[in-house]
Design a protein around this ligand. Structure first.
Ligand SMILES: Cc1cc2nc3c(=O)[nH]c(=O)nc-3n(C[C@H](O)[C@H](O)[C@H](O)COP(=O)(O)OP(=O)(O)OC[C@H]3O[C@@H](n4cnc5c(N)ncnc54)[C@H](O)[C@@H]3O)c2cc1C
Length: 235
C-alpha cells in the first residue's frame, strides 16, 4: 500500500520557492523553501528535487528533507565541492524567489516508539535524523528507551550540532560526535552487547558506509528486519 502511495506522490511534482540559502560549513549548504499547506511528510522521508530554471543533463536528485514537518518549510542540506556537478552548480545559482520542483515525499525511515534505538549518521547522513529529532522535540514525546545517536564525520564540522544538543536532553537521547571508524565501532558494539536483536538500528549516509555498517551489525547477529537503511546513492 505504501509503495503505491509513494508512486503517486513521486509523480505529483510541486513547485517550491527558495526562501534563503546559507553555508553550514566550508562545503555544506542549506536551502530553505516554502511549503504548501497541503504538503506534508513524515520525519525521515526524502523528496525528489528537480532543477527547473535551466536545462541540465540530470535535473532530478533525491535529498532527505532535513526539516521537520512542524517547521513549515522544506529544508535540504548538501555537500557542494569546489568542482560541483551541473546539478549542484544550478543549486548554487538559486536566489530567493526562484523555484524548483519536488516529487514525493517518499521513504520509510522512521523511528518506532518505545524501542531501544541506535541511530548512526555518517557525514551528510545526519539530514534525516535532524528532521526526526526536531519532530520528536516538537511533539514533546520521549524517544525509545534508550535512544543513542552516533554521528560520525571525518572532518569534525558536525552539522546542526547546537540544535541536536538542545534536543538531546529533554528527549532523553544520548548523542556522541565521533571522528573515527574505530570509535564508531566501539560505541556500536556497546549498544549491540546491551540490546542485541531487541533494538532497532537506523543507518544513514553514503551507500558504501551504510553497507559496511550493515555488515558489522549482521556480523553481530542483528537481523535484517531490525536494520533500517537510508543509503545516499550517488555519494
Ligand atoms: C534517499 C536519499 C537521500 C539523500 N539525501 C541527501 C542529502 O540529504 N544530502 C546530500 O548531499 N545528498 C543526499 N543524497 C545524495 C544526492 O542525491 C546526490 O547523489 C549527492 O548529493 C551527489 O550529488 P552530485 O550532484 O554532487 O553528484 P554527482 O553528479 O555524482 O557528482 C559527484 C562529483 O563528481 C564531480 N562532477 C560531476 N559532474 C560534474 C560536472 N559536470 N563538472 C564537474 N564535476 C562534476 C563533482 O566533483 C561532484 O561533486 C541522497 C540520496 C538518496 C538516495
Amino acid at each position: 500500500m505504501s509503495f503505491f502511495k509513494d508512486m503517486i506522490s513521486v509523480f505529483r511534482k510541486r513547485e517550491l520557492t527558495l526562501i534563503e540559502s546559507s553555508r553550514e560549513a566550508e562545503d555544506v549548504h542549506t536551502f530553505v523553501f516554502t511549503k504548501d499547506k497541503d504538503l506534508t511528510w513524515t520525519a525521515g522521508q526524502y523528496g525528489l528535487f528537480t532543477i527547473t530554471h535551466k536545462k541540465i543533463k540530470n535535473p532530478t536528485k533525491p535529498f532527505s528533507i532535513a526539516s521537520a514537518p512542524t517547521e513549515d518549510v522544506v529544508k535540504i542540506t548538501t555537500r557542494i565541492s569546489d568542482n560541483p556537478s551541473e546539478f549542484k552548480q544550478a543549486m548554487l545559482e538559486l536566489q530567493p524567489g526562484m523555484k524548483i520542483k519536488m516529487g514525493g515525499p517518499v521513504g520509510t525511515f522512521q523511528l518506532e516508539e518505545g524501542t531501544p534505538s541506535l541511530l548512526v549518521a555518517a557525514g551528510i547522513g545526519i539530514t534525516p535524523f535532524r528532521s526526526i529529532l526536531k519532530e520528536l522535540a516538537a511533539s514533546g514525546k520521549q524517544a525509545g528507551n534508550p535512544t543513542r545517536l552516533l554521528y560520525l564525520d571525518s572532518k569534525p564540522s558536525y552539522l546542526f550540532q547546537d540544535e541536536l544538543n538542545a534536543i538531546a536532553r529533554p528527549a532523553s537521547i544520548q548523542i556522541d560526535f565521533l571522528s573515527s571508524r574505530e570509535e564508531l565501532e566501539q560505541e556500536m558494539v556497546k549498544f549491540i552487547t546491551q540490546h542485541k536483536d531487541q533494538g532497532k538500528y537506523f543507518i544513514a549516509g553514503p551507500k558504501s558506509m551504510v553497507e559496511s555498517i550493515t555488515t558489522l551489525l549482521q556480523n553481530h547477529n542483528i537481523s535484517k528486519k531490525n536494520i533500517k537503511k537510508d543509503a545516499f546513492f550517488g555519494l
